[in-house]
Ligand binder design. Structure first.
Ligand SMILES: NC(=O)c1ccc[n+]([C@@H]2O[C@H](COP(=O)([O-])OP(=O)(O)OC[C@H]3O[C@@H](n4cnc5c(N)ncnc54)[C@H](OP(=O)(O)O)[C@@H]3O)[C@@H](O)[C@H]2O)c1
Length: 282
């Protein structure tokens, strides 16, 4: 099987993927990664220095690579797909789209190839340190083998879980936007550290390691979050005093409401992207 991958877009996500595929212990052979970009040749040069074959020619990219990873911003997706379409074939190519909110059906329509296999992926910014939470979903023309190709490629930047395409709005709200909720929490902890007189560097390191360690323990533990909270909070102690303040201020409910609103917004954006006006995506 030809494992050659073609990246469309040479930005942050492309760099993180290439580092995973070709750096350290490479998971792809030399010459198996191709990339093109819109205008910034310096980004292509950076990928070339990592061992990627770079080109400006979409025909060359699509001829070299049966798997194409679409790594452009949502606003650029329609133009990128139209430029690729003449060089794609339903029988040979798989599109792995990292573009939030663009349904697999719309990708087929934009390429005028309704039977084009598409796997959509929703990743998050910790992909930059190979610790992403990524969910992938098969479009109607994608097979189990296509899904496995996507899972294997994206596991280079973190954990990958398979969901239904209809769940991607919820995934976007939870793990796509999720790092922002955690950083906001961290910012509040920094503020509290400063108010208590801790030096900024001390507050920063203790906060980051606390979040990292809590997440690591949650992943390793057989217990759910309620039990892990209980393990920190002794009756009458400091944690219970803090939790009472958080409860009184509606901390948990505010987070639930925020995530539900993000999911609603992801649904609105997906509907707009799926409208039968391909030009409107640009
Ligand atoms: N970065 C992350 O951790 C992350 C996490 C979750 C999801 N995502 C998703 O992944 C996608 C890529 O994100 P990113 O952060 O890598 O974006 P980025 O850093 O802005 O890179 C996007 C790249 O796409 C290129 N591009 C635009 N139009 C193109 C076209 N028509 N043909 C070829 N290349 C084109 C741009 O070229 P120029 O350099 O010439 O402008 C740029 O290099 C987005 O849809 C984003 O939502 C990213």
């Amino acid at each position: 099987m030809d494992r050659t991958v073609g990246l469309v877009g040479a930005g942050s996500m492309a760099r993180a993927l290439v580092a995973g595929w070709l750096g350290g212990r490479p998971s792809l052979p030399a010459g198996a990664v191709w990339a093109c970009n819109r205008s910034r040749d310096d980004r292509l040069a950076a990928l070339a220095a990592m061992g990627v074959c770079v080109t400006r020619d979409r025909a060359e990219l699509c001829a070299a690579a049966p798997t194409i990873v679409l790594a452009v911003k949502p606003v650029d997706a329609a133009a990128a797909l139209r430029a690729l379409a003449p060089h794609l074939s339903e029988a040979r190519h798989l599109i792995i789209s990292l573009v939030a909110g663009l349904p697999s059906r719309a990708i087929g329509e934009l390429c005028r190839l309704p039977g084009l296999p598409v796997v959509r992926a929703m990743s998050n910014t910790p992909s930059a340190v190979a610790s992403a939470a990524t969910a992938i979903a098969a479009g109607p023309a994608a097979t189990a083998e296509h899904l496995e190709t996507a899972r294997s490629l994206l596991s280079a930047v973190g954990d990958v879980i398979v969901v239904e395409e209809g769940d991607l709005a919820a995934v976007t709200a939870l793990s796509g936007s999720g790092p922002a909720y955690v950083y906001l929490l961290m910012e509040a902890l920094h503020l509290a550290a400063g108010r208590m007189g801790l030096a900024p560097e001390v507050g920063r390191r203790l906060t980051a390691q606390t979040v990292f360690g809590a997440a690591k323990l949650a992943l390793a533990s057989e217990h759910g979050p309620r039990e892990l909270v209980r393990q920190v909070a002794s009756p009458g102690g400091t944690t219970v005093a803090a939790l009472e303040v958080l409860d009184a201020r509606g901390f948990s409910q505010a987070l639930v409401d925020a995530v539900l609103r993000a999911a609603e917004r992801a649904g609105e954006l997906a509907l707009a992207a799926a409208e039968p006006r391909p030009q409107g995506l640009e």
